[in-house]
Design a protein around this ligand. Sequence first.
Ligand SMILES: [Zn+2]
Length: 322
Amino acid sequence: MAEMRLDEYFENVIAAAGTILGSKKPSVAPPEPPSVKTVLWDRSLYDVIPYDLERDLKWLETLKFGQIVFDGHCPHCGKDTTFRSMTDQNIEVVAGLKARPVSQTWAKKQATALTLDKHQFARHLVCQRNGHLLSYVFIQGPWAVVKIGQYPSIEDLAAGQLERYRKTLEPAYFKELHRANGLFAHGVGIGAFVYLRRIFERLIEKHRTRIDPDHRLFANFDGIRMEDKIALLKEELPETVVKNRVAYSILSKGLHSLSEDECRTYFPAVRAAIVLMLEQDYEAEQKRIADKAAEDEIAALNAKLGGRTGGNESETPKESEG
Ligand SMILES: [Zn+2]
C-alpha cells in the first residue's frame, strides 16, 4: 500500500467534506439558518445547516467571530449561568476565576489548542459563574456549516438540566429521556424522536387522567391529533405548549413518514415542551410538599398549644381573655 502523507490525507478529508456540504450551489434558496444559540445549544452533531452567503453573512460572521451570549444550564456548576464567547478580555476573566493569575496562558492555550485547517473553525464560550468552558468545532462548506464536535456533549448539557425531574417522571420514562438525548447528541434523528414522543404522550396522558379520571369527559381522546388533545387539556398544560400546539402536530405523524432531518429539526422544540410540562409538574409537587410541611408544623403547634390549654386552662373562665 502506498504511503500517504498526513497533510495529503487531511486535504482529501476536507475535499470530501466540501462535497458533502455541497460544492454545487443549491438551486433553491435555503431556509433562514437557526439562531446562533440554537446552532450551538440545540442542534446535534453532523446536522447540515445551509446558509446563503449574501443573505446570511451577518449570521455567519457572528457564528465564526462575533460576540455570543446566552443563558443555559452549566453541567459543571449544576446551575443556570450565562455563557459568553471567549475574547481577549474574558480570557483574563477565566484566568482570574481559576485563581491562577500567573498562568493566564491557560485560557489562551485552550483557545488555540486546536490548530484548525482551512474550512474549520472553533468557538469557546465561558461560564460566567465559574469560568467553565463550552467548546465547539465546525466545518464550513460554501453553502452550509456542520458542527463536527463539541464538549461537553449535548447529552451532558441536557442531563444536568433534566436531573431535577428525576422524581417527576417515572423511572422508565426518565431513562428514555436520557436515551433520547444521547441519541440526539450523536446525530440520530428518528430514534431519538421516538423516545421523545413516548414521553410527550405519557405526560399528556397523565394530565388527561388528572382531569378526566374515568375517561368519560373527552370522547375518542386517543383517536384525535396531538394539537387537539393539547387544546382539550389547555387548563392543565403550560401556556407556551398550548399556544404553540400546532408545532407539535408532528407528533401525530406516522413514523414511516418522518425523515431524519425533520426529527432532528423538531427535537429541540419537542424536548423544550416536555421540559415545560415537567417543570410545571415539578413546581406543583414542590408546592404540595411545602404546603404539607406547613400544615404539619401548624398541626404540631396546635397539638402543643392544645395540650397546654387542655392541661392548665381548660377551666379558665371566659372573662380572663380580655
Ligand atoms: Zn459553570
